[in-house]
Design a protein. Structure first.
Length: 284
């Protein structure tokens, strides 16, 4: 059954979640703080859908109908009638807590409040609300229209019903779900990729191997579709540094602490694909 969905944050992840939800028949409110971000998001969604059309995986009329189900706004009050709200803002506990404080005041009592965080414990986010039982993690993967996984994270007080509704939504937009039953920073997937990425960065930083060869080793040696440094470039070096620091803060485990090169790349603005340069250089 179609639902009304609100997505808070119109970046790469937010626009991807909005796209798959609209294609699944849901009415989507896409909210961000500025019109420019919303315009970029709508353009990115249209471009993504057009690629599916060109490949014969989506009919033109279905793409047009899906675009028609997406409403862009800067007003967070537009989430008031949503059945499910998915937060997809920057990976910062302070920013996410501000969003969830606002959503707690705006949203219906029976709404599911989900966070797309990749590393921050859901319990820390839910604590600012008066309904922690309604807060759950729905960690989608980039690019959302292509990636099949959604990591569902149960916070300390997340109810069985909230987890069930989150699973129904994620599976309804075509995702396969895993459930994280203990709310540790980084969950399952981010802990694994951060540990691998930090070690890959150290190998390059200390001159053991080039970024290209580290990625080739993981692709051909382990069967990975993409090397860890290519993955970092796709996700954003800044996002990976923040995730690593969040996990390190929670665990104090040195294997998660981002090496100096990663931090310097962020300061220099070499964030990966979105800036044209990260561990690799991108002409597109």
């Amino acid at each position: 059954m179609a639902k009304k969905l609100a997505v808070i944050g119109a970046g790469l992840m937010g626009s991807g979640i909005a796209q798959v939800a609209a294609q699944a028949g849901h009415d989507v409110i896409l909210r961000d703080v500025g019109d420019e971000a919303l315009e970029r998001a709508r353009g990115a969604i249209r471009t993504s859908m057009d690629r599916f059309v060109q490949k014969g995986r989506l009919a033109v009329e279905d793409a047009d109908a899906a675009m028609g189900r997406i409403t862009a706004t800067t007003d967070i009050d537009a989430a008031a009638d949503a059945d499910i709200v998915v937060e997809a803002v920057f990976e910062s506990i302070e920013i996410k807590r501000d969003v969830f404080t606002a959503l707690d005041n705006v949203c219906r009592d029976d709404a599911v409040l989900a966070s797309n965080t990749s590393a921050i414990p859901i319990t820390q986010i839910a604590a600012v609300t008066q309904r922690p039982e309604s807060v759950v993690g729905t960690h989608f993967f980039s690019p959302v229209p292509m990636m099949a996984l959604c990591e569902l994270v149960r916070g300390y007080k997340t109810s069985d019903l909230t987890l069930l509704r989150a699973r129904e939504f994620a599976e309804g937009v075509g995702k396969t779900c895993i459930v994280v039953n203990r709310d540790v920073a980084g969950f399952v997937t981010t802990r694994l990729i951060v540990a691998l990425s930090v070690e890959a960065a150290k190998l390059v930083e200390t001159g053991v191997a080039s970024a290209e060869d580290v990625d080739i080793a993981c692709k051909l040696g382990f069967g990975h579709a993409m090397g860890p440094l290519q993955t970092m470039d796709l996700t954003g070096v800044d996002i990976m540094v923040n995730a690593a620091r969040n996990i390190y803060t929670d665990t104090q485990d040195e294997k998660f602490y981002p090496p100096e090169t990663m931090a310097r790349m962020v300061i220099a603005g070499d964030l990966g694909r979105k800036t044209g340069r990260g561990w690799h250089t991108y002409d597109d």
